[in-house]
Ligand binder design. Structure first.
Ligand SMILES: Cc1cc2nc3c(=O)[nH]c(=O)nc-3n(C[C@H](O)[C@H](O)[C@H](O)COP(=O)(O)OP(=O)(O)OC[C@H]3O[C@@H](n4cnc5c(N)ncnc54)[C@H](O)[C@@H]3O)c2cc1C
Length: 392
C-alpha cells in the first residue's frame, strides 16, 4: 500500500489534516485503531475556538456546526458566592467560542472525508513507524481480521493521541525531550439529561474545589468538579454528585437544573509537551505531542492549529519541492502550544484548591479572580486566550 501522507489516528488532528491535504490535491491514508461507531460515540471536548470553527467552515465541514453549535459571547467566573461575567465578544474584538461536541465534529469530518474519496482504515492498529530518517518512511499496521499490512509513504503524521505509538519513533533523550506537570487532582465529569443551568459556561472557585458547569446540547449537560484522581465513581451516587456541584456553585440564589446522570468518569489532569514535534519525515500533531488540563478548553483546538501549520508546510513541499516550512513546523507549532500550556496551567492554578495550599494561597487566588473580573486589561487577557489566538 502506498500514499503521499500516512496518517495515524482519526481524531480531530488526523481527520482535519486529511481533508486539508485533499483540498490541496495531496493524497493521504488514515489508520485508526477504533471502530467508526466507537469514535462517534466518545464524549470528550466541547468548546471550539473561533479559528477552529472558521477552519471547519473553510474545509467544508461547517454546515451542521453552524446550524447546531451554540455561540457563546461570554463565560462566568464564580467565586465568593457571586458570578462575574467575562464578555469574550467585547474584550476579544468580536471573537467568540462555539459549544459543539467533539464527537459531532468527528461525525462531520468522517462523513465529509468518506464523501470526498478519503481512505480511512478503521479497526486497524498501527504497530510501528519505521525509516522516518529516510525518504521512504512506512507504517506497519494490523487490520481487524489480524492481517499484517505495510503503508509506504512520503511522510508520516502521528495524530494518534496521548497513548499512540508515533511519539516513540522519535528517539528519547538524544532527540526528544518530554516536559510534564502532573496535577494532584482530577476532574469528576458527568453527563446528565437536563436542560442547561446557565446560558454560558460557569467556572467556579470554591473552598471545596473547582467546578465547571458546561453544556453539550439543549438536553444534555456536561459538568465537572475537582476530585481526588484516585477516587472511584462508585463512591458517588447521583444525589451526592448533585449536592457537591450545587455547593460549589452556590450564591446569587443560583440553582443547578438536575436530571438523570447517564455517564460518570474521573480524568487525571496533566500538562505535557514533547519537543521537537518532528523527526525526519515524521510529524506529530495534537495530543500525540502535547496535552493540557481541560480548564482552558484548548486540547482539540491545539490539534486543529497544529495540522493547519502542517498542511501548509506539506502543501508547500509538494508545490515547490521546498522543505523550509516543513523544517520550521515544530518551532511554529510549539510557540502556540506553549502559550496554550501557560494559559491552561494559569486557569487551573487560579481556580483549583491545592491540598498543600495555605490560607495565604486561597486569599491570593481570590485576589487574582478579583483582578481578572474587575480590571479590563486582565479580563482581556482571559478573553483573548480563551477564544484563542488567530491561526498563523
Ligand atoms: C474529558 C475531556 C474533556 C475535554 N474537553 C476539551 C475541551 O473542552 N476543549 C478542547 O479543546 N479539548 C478538550 N479535551 C481534549 C481533546 O479531547 C483532545 O485534545 C483531542 O481529542 C485531541 O485530538 P487528537 O486528534 O490529537 O487526538 P485524539 O482525539 O486522541 O485522536 C487520536 C486517535 O488515534 C487513534 N490511535 C491511537 N493509537 C493508535 C494506533 N496505534 N493505531 C491507530 N490509531 C491509533 C485513537 O483511537 C484516536 O481515535 C478534552 C479531553 C477530555 C478527555
Amino acid at each position: 500500500m502506498q500514499t503521499q501522507v500516512g496518517i495515524i489516528g482519526a481524531g480531530p488532528a488526523g481527520l482535519l489534516l486529511s481533508q486539508m491535504l485533499h483540498l490541496r490535491g495531496i493524497e493521504s491514508v488514515i489508520i485508526e485503531s477504533r471502530s467508526r461507531d466507537a469514535i462517534e460515540a466518545t464524549i470528550r471536548a466541547g468548546v471550539l475556538e473561533q479559528s477552529t470553527v472558521d477552519l471547519m467552515v473553510e474545509i467544508g465541514a461547517g454546515e451542521r456546526l453552524k446550524r447546531e453549535g451554540f455561540v457563546h459571547h461570554g463565560i462566568e467566573l464564580r467565586f465568593g458566592g457571586r458570578g462575574h461575567r467575562i464578555n469574550l465578544h467585547d474584550l476579544a474584538n468580536g471573537r467568540t467560542i462555539t459549544v459543539y461536541a467533539q464527537h459531532e465534529v468527528l461525525k462531520d469530518l468522517i462523513a465529509l472525508r468518506l464523501r470526498t474519496g478519503g481512505v480511512i482504515h478503521f479497526e486497524a492498529k498501527a504497530d510501528a513507524v519505521e525509516d522516518v530518517a529516510t525518504g521512504a518512511p512506512q507504517i506497519r499496521f494490523t487490520t481487524s481480521n489480524g492481517q499484517k499490512q505495510l503503508l509506504r509513504c512520503d511522510f508520516v503524521a502521528g495524530c494518534d493521541g496521548s497513548y499512540g505509538i508515533g511519539r516513540s519513533a522519535i528517539p528519547e533523550g538524544s532527540v526528544r525531550h518530554d516536559y510534564f506537570r502532573i496535577y494532584p487532582f482530577g476532574w469528576f465529569g458527568i453527563l446528565a439529561k437536563a436542560p442547561p443551568s446557565s446560558d454560558e459556561l460557569i467556572y467556579a472557585h470554591h473552598d471545596r474545589g473547582f467546578a465547571l458547569v458546561s453544556t453539550r446540547s439543549p438536553d444534555v449537560q456536561r459538568m465537572y468538579f475537582q476530585c481526588d484522581p484516585n477516587d472511584s465513581v462508585d463512591n458517588w451516587p447521583d444525589e451526592r454528585i448533585w449536592e457537591e456541584l450545587q455547593t460549589r456553585v452556590e450564591g446569587d440564589k443560583f440553582r443547578l437544573k438536575t436530571g438523570p446522570i447517564f455517564q460518570k468518569g474521573i480524568i487525571p489532569l496533566r500538562s505535557f509537551v514533547c519537543e521537537p514535534m518532528q523527526h525526519g519525515r515524521l510529524f506529530l500533531a495534537g495530543d500525540a505531542a502535547h496535552s493540557v488540563p481541560p480548564t482552558g478548553a484548548k486540547g482539540l483546538n491545539l490539534a486543529a492549529a497544529d495540522v493547519h501549520v502542517l498542511a501548509r508546510a506539506l502543501s508547500s513541499f509538494y508545490a515547490t519541492g521546498s522543505t523550509d516550512l516543513l523544517a520550521d513546523y515544530s518551532r511554529m507549532a510549539l510557540r502556540r502550544v506553549w502559550r496554550a500550556q501557560h494559559f491552561s496551567w494559569w486557569m487551573t492554578s487560579m481556580l483549583h484548591r491545592f491540598h498543600d495550599a495555605a490560607e495565604f494561597d486561597l486569599k491570593r487566588q481570590l485576589a487574582e479572580l478579583d483582578l481578572v473580573t474587575s480590571s479590563r486589561a486582565a479580563a482581556t487577557t482571559v478573553a483573548e486566550n480563551y477564544v484563542g489566538l488567530p491561526l498563523t
